[in-house]
Design a protein around this ligand. Structure first.
Ligand SMILES: Nc1ncnc2c1ncn2[C@@H]1O[C@H](COP(=O)(O)OP(=O)(O)OP(=O)(O)O)[C@@H](O)[C@H]1O
Length: 364
């Protein structure tokens, strides 16, 4: 019998035309001990309507790369194009108009404390000379979009971090941008608030068709919201692709290190029991099964797991669903000698299977 499999959708954004293109981007800053190269020959593109994540450790070059999109940082070499226009070649008026089409939100919100929520959101429109009535209606619509209609008259000091970021998002959207840049937008927030802000960003991406480019050092943010990810390491692009692919089969050391906190390692109590072989004693083998989401995107059928036999025990691990691909790892114990590694591989279609060690019967 063929097990029923849930359908899964491939990411449409991956096939969409490029909205932002980076070609051979290099950035050097002057430093006390000579120039610091923050970006080395970075080339990639961001599809229109995608949520694109840039991740890397501190100092990897994320901010420099993000800020090159609206020319807050000018590259030392190479070019950035938005909608086919090279942004480095724009004159002052061109830059003003480019920046109106690119909203930006920040880790520390950058709100003006002496202005109310409504005034913070409306300020860019006032600066642009928009009439007060039009400002009022636009601000009201945006506060409604971010769920803050009842806070229009409040001052930022009386808002929570999540509410302040919602104001930041509303302000970033005043000029109806086509691109939203998010600079560590959830790094100052607790996990629950982070989730609500990511939900809002996804909602805005869907409703307004915005292209979202975000930088973060947190792989959980990438997993939660992004379609595509680029990994930077000391200014070099070390990995790029669809999020499920990069998570399911990371290649670069930097990616593996960034993913480690999210992975189900071997719990310490179990690791303490493991021996390299049983030396003729009875016991269990502990296997690690890893599923990358490629072979069985819809999930791992219980019928496939049943091949491990009635003596098998699921010990630890789990599957995540990333953009329609189920992936993760399971630690299982099976009576030693009953199951050959190759047989398990063939039956389970696990992408990676490894014997971690053995637990002698007495210690189990
Ligand atoms: N204005 C500057 N002058 C000199 N060096 C700079 C400047 N801005 C950034 N750098 C250097 O460029 C490199 C990349 O910095 P960048 O801020 O882009 O990294 P990042 O990945 O965003 O780091 P973080 O996560 O800590 O913000 C670092 O070595 C940094 O010290």
């Amino acid at each position: 019998m063929i097990p029923y499999e849930l359908p899964f959708a491939e990411n449409a954004a991956a096939a969409a035309p490029a909205h932002i293109v980076f070609e051979g981007l290099r950035k050097q800053y002057p430093g006390l001990q000579g120039p610091v190269t923050a970006l080395h020959d970075v080339s990639f593109s961001v599809a229109r309507g995608a949520i694109f994540g840039i991740i890397g450790r501190s100092g990897a070059g994320k901010s420099t790369l993000l800020r090159s999109i609206n020319m807050l940082e000018r590259p030392s070499a190479g070019r950035v194009s938005v909608d086919g226009v090279e942004v480095g070649a724009l004159d002052e008026d061109g830059l003003v108009s480019l920046r109106r089409g690119i909203g930006m939100i920040f880790q520390h919100f950058n709100l003006l404390s002496a202005k109310t929520v409504a005034d913070n959101v409306g300020l860019p429109l006032r600066v642009a000379g928009v009439k007060p009535a039009a400002i009022r209606s636009r601000v009201a619509a945006l506060l409604d979009l971010v769920g803050l209609s009842d806070k229009a008259g409040e001052y930022p000091a009386r808002l929570s971090g999540g509410q302040k970021q919602r104001v930041g998002i509303a302000r970033a959207l005043v000029h109806e941008p086509k691109i939203l840049l998010c600079d560590e937008a959830t790094s100052a927030l607790d996990p629950e608030t982070t989730q609500s802000i990511l939900d809002l960003l996804r909602d805005i991406n869907g409703k307004l068709g915005l292209t979202v480019v975000l930088i973060t050092h947190d792989m959980a943010v990438i997993r939660e919201i992004c379609d595509q990810v680029l990994v930077l390491d000391r200014g070099h692009m070390v990995e790029q692709g669809e999020v499920w692919q990069v998570f399911g089969n990371p290649q670069a050391e930097a990616t593996k290190a960034l993913l480690r906190p999210l992975q189900h390692g071997t719990p310490a109590d179990l690791a303490a029991l493991l021996v390299p072989d049983l030396q003729g004693r009875e016991g269990h083998a502990v296997l690690s099964l890893r599923f990358s989401g490629r072979a069985r995107p819809a999930g791992v059928s219980l019928a496939a797991l049943a091949v491990l036999g009635p003596g098998a025990t699921l010990l630890h691990g789990g599957l995540d669903r990333i953009r329609g691909h189920a992936q993760g790892s399971l630690l299982v114990s099976v009576p030693a000698g009953v199951l050959q590694e190759e047989a398990a591989r063939a039956a389970l279609v696990a992408d990676h299977i490894k014997v971690l060690g053995y637990v002698p019967a007495v210690a189990r």
